[in-house]
Write a protein of this length. Structure first.
Length: 146
């Protein structure tokens, strides 16, 4: 089941005090992750940095969603139902207008082989799971400025 709504980040903390503006600047990130706990953790982390986050849980839903409303960045799991993250990445890199879109590939697979495979398919960056929240945010910020 896909989740396709862009949810604006909260502008205040739980205590009601204004929250410092993040560096996402309201830009859109599409998270493609089939593990609900990881997908929601990514949403939470990125919304706190002022990103609008949309989540899909199947690889075969990505291209259609991108044509309708292209994000500024994609975070893509390698192991997905429908189409694998690598297959989605191959399609994106061959689609006019999406070939330069920043893509952060996530995987729980063995690091070295998966990293090389991700880069061979055209990933902008690779990150293993589990990931550190700070490293994720820094990587997303860096990719979004390219």
């Amino acid at each position: 089941m896909g989740h396709d709504s862009f949810t604006p980040p909260a502008q205040q903390s739980r205590a009601g005090a204004p929250r410092a503006a993040g560096q996402g600047g309201g830009r859109r990130v599409l998270v493609v992750e089939d593990e609900p706990g990881i997908a929601e953790a990514l949403r939470y982390i990125l919304q706190r940095d002022d990103w609008q986050v949309s989540i899909l849980d199947r690889g075969d839903l990505v291209v259609e969603a991108m044509v309708a409303k292209p994000p500024d960045l994609v975070i893509l799991d390698i192991n997905l139902p429908g189409l694998s993250g690598l297959e989605v990445l191959r399609i994106l890199r061959g689609t006019k207008g999406l070939e330069a879109l920043p893509v952060l590939l996530l995987t729980a697979r063995g690091q070295d082989a998966a990293r090389q495979l991700a880069l061979d398919y055209g990933a902008s960056e690779f990150m293993g799971k589990p990931f550190a929240n700070k490293a994720l945010v820094e990587t997303v910020r860096r990719l979004a400025t390219v």
